[in-house]
Unconditional design. Structure first.
Length: 323
């Protein structure tokens, strides 16, 4: 009986897939792809054109270069430079409709966030439900390329990270709750757009060599980038939820997150480790820096529009800029 029920269920799911109207370029029937499988694809793909655009580290001149040489973080060890270049090459690689792996990554993110067995069309308003700005997710990946999608993929396909991803996505879908006395502030935000902004911050931290010490210690680069991405998202989630932040606060919060990611990556990673291990202390908020406190008080009541992709202004030394 169980075998018959299983066959019947598979047949019914196949009928549902056909009736869902997801034919053509939707790639809805494509199987989920793991992060490791996607990474193996990029390790063997021809990214020569993307690699030409890579600037592995920021350029510093004059006094800034001297200060960085004398007092800056250690350099990335030679055996890890290839992995760093791969990560930065992925950040230069655009979303390609003709690459099956690219489409599987996109569909996997949709299915896991929406808790759906079915995929969706390549273009459409459904991507705005996930927090992209429009009908084509590819237009939101400027500055992060496929690395932006790869970090989302890691977030939803890692068994330890998926519950956190769902929690953050649920908060991003927050709806106004009215009562007879109060009106709860609307805490929704564009999840995928926020994710891309965090990836951009992580990329810049890598290029400024803020992560070299941790990468050297673990003898990994991409894994460190993924953990820091998740740790930064966790930090943002805690502040956003428990301090009742809204989209109007996003610009300030991303600047604070940028500071923490570059100056306190080890602290962020320890916080993520405590969260994953179920440490009760992990539910507490990290203390905001004195700069944050002063900015927060001075900007109280001031409207700040949520920044779009590439609106994040990064103050760097010398000629350093985002990729």
């Amino acid at each position: 009986i169980s075998e018959e029920l299983q066959r019947a269920q598979e047949e019914w799911e196949a009928v549902e897939e056909i009736q869902s109207g997801l034919g053509g370029p939707s790639a809805g029937a494509a199987p989920l792809i793991s992060f490791n499988e996607a990474l193996q694809y990029f390790q063997t793909a021809d990214l020569s054109e993307c690699r030409k655009k890579v600037q592995a580290t920021v350029r510093r001149q004059g006094l800034a270069a001297l200060v960085h040489f004398l007092f800056g973080p250690p350099r990335l060890q030679p055996q890890l430079q290839g992995e760093r270049e791969l990560a930065l090459a992925m950040a230069q690689c655009g979303l390609d409709d003709n690459e099956r792996v690219h489409m599987r990554i996109l569909q996997t993110i949709y299915k896991k966030l929406m808790r759906s067995r079915f995929g969706c069309p390549r273009y459409g308003a459904h991507w705005e439900e996930l927090g992209f700005q429009g009908a084509d997710p590819g237009t939101d990946l400027r500055g992060t390329g496929m690395l932006g999608l790869m970090q989302m993929l890691y977030f939803v396909m890692d068994s330890q990270m998926l519950p956190l991803a769902h929690e953050i996505f649920r908060l991003s879908q927050h709806e106004t709750q009215a009562s007879a006395v109060t009106l709860v502030p609307l805490q929704n935000f564009p999840f995928c757009l926020m994710s891309v902004n965090i990836t951009r911050i992580v990329i810049q931290a890598l290029r400024e060599e803020c992560l070299s010490r941790e990468c050297n210690r673990r003898q990994q680069v991409i894994a460190v980038l993924n953990d820091l991405y998740a740790a930064a998202f966790l930090q943002l989630y805690r502040v956003w939820k428990w301090q009742h932040k809204t989209v109007a606060d996003s610009g300030f919060l991303l600047k604070e997150l940028e500071f923490s990611t570059k100056k306190k990556p080890k602290q962020l990673l320890k916080s993520l480790e405590a969260y994953v291990n179920g440490n009760p202390a992990a539910d507490g908020l990290q203390q905001l820096s004195p700069l944050s406190a002063s900015l927060s008080s001075s900007q109280a009541g001031e409207e700040i529009n949520f920044m779009g992709v590439c609106d994040l202004q990064v103050e760097l030394e010398g000629e350093a800029r985002l990729i």
